[in-house]
Design a protein around this ligand. Structure first.
Ligand code: ATP
Length: 239
């Protein structure tokens, strides 16, 4: 697309104490895109997502959302603006029911009727969550917990969904299901920034890809092209 990006990171740097996890990162996500971040363990992918969701405060650079500088916005304000994160390791509330988890995902909303309606829609989209709505989230399978984590993030009606390793630890058939859900959410209008170890599947499911190494962006491009790029084939696709 053209025009103001939905998300724009400029010269972003994020530290953990003396550790420079992200260094001078510049990237953008246009409305309607799925964009993938790939890179080895420790490259700074999760840190980048956490800076966007405002959980981490950058030491330098800016985060812009729909043209607005949100670098210093508190995390719940970012949710209200339309940024939702499904964190790595799923992190559903294990001792709460499926339904409670979905309600919690809507904590910034004041339209109770709309929230109920959205929960019904989530149960239509994720029938297994509907069947297990009263069950404690901790008793769900790994794949179901991942679906719940995504559904919970969607409950804030985000314009931008941040997905951190949605395929982590899941069986191949479930991974394919998760990715078809990701494509479907995108087709229905949600812009997605995706972090994945499964680089091939993530690139096959995204419009563009950024490659991170040691906290810096090394190259980027359209995903279909990078899928055939020697640098990606060699380092990230086992080619
Ligand atoms: P992974 O796939 O392992 O999650 P990643 O690309 O998401 O990798 P990050 O988790 O963003 O990488 O980590 C970037 C760097 O920051 C790494 O050197 C990591 O060790 C360090 N780091 C991450 N979290 C913390 C933390 N809470 N405290 C200190 N250092 C951290």
């Amino acid at each position: 697309g053209t025009g103001t990006p939905l998300l724009e990171l400029t010269d972003l740097s994020v530290n953990y104490g003396a550790i420079q996890a992200v260094r001078g990162l510049t990237l953008h996500v246009q409305e309607g895109e799925v964009v993938t971040l790939i890179g080895a363990n420790g490259a700074g992918k999760t840190t980048t997502l956490r800076a966007v969701s405002r959980v981490l405060r950058p030491v330098a650079g800016t985060v812009r959302f729909a043209g607005r500088d949100i670098t210093r916005l508190p995390p719940d304000e970012a949710v209200k603006l339309g940024i939702a994160q499904s964190p790595e390791g799923r992190q559903v509330l294990a001792r709460q029911s499926v339904q409670d988890n979905l309600e919690l995902g809507a904590y910034t909303r004041r339209d109770a009727a709309g929230v109920r309606q959205d929960i019904t829609r989530m149960y239509e989209r994720f029938p297994r969550l509907g069947e297990r709505r009263a069950q404690l989230a901790g008793t769900l399978s790994g794949g179901e917990q991942q679906m719940l984590a995504i559904a919970r993030a969607m409950m804030s009606r985000p314009r931008l969904l941040l997905l951190d390793e949605p395929s982590l630890g899941l069986a191949p058939i479930i991974v394919r299901e998760i990715f078809s859900i990701i494509r479907e959410l995108n087709e229905q209008g949600t812009t997605i920034l995706l972090v994945e170890q499964n680089a091939r599947l993530a690139m096959q499911s995204s419009h563009r890809t950024y490659v991170l190494e040691a906290g810096q962006m090394t190259f980027h491009g359209d995903s279909p092209e990078l899928l055939n790029d020697e640098r990606v084939l060699h380092a990230y696709l086992g080619g």
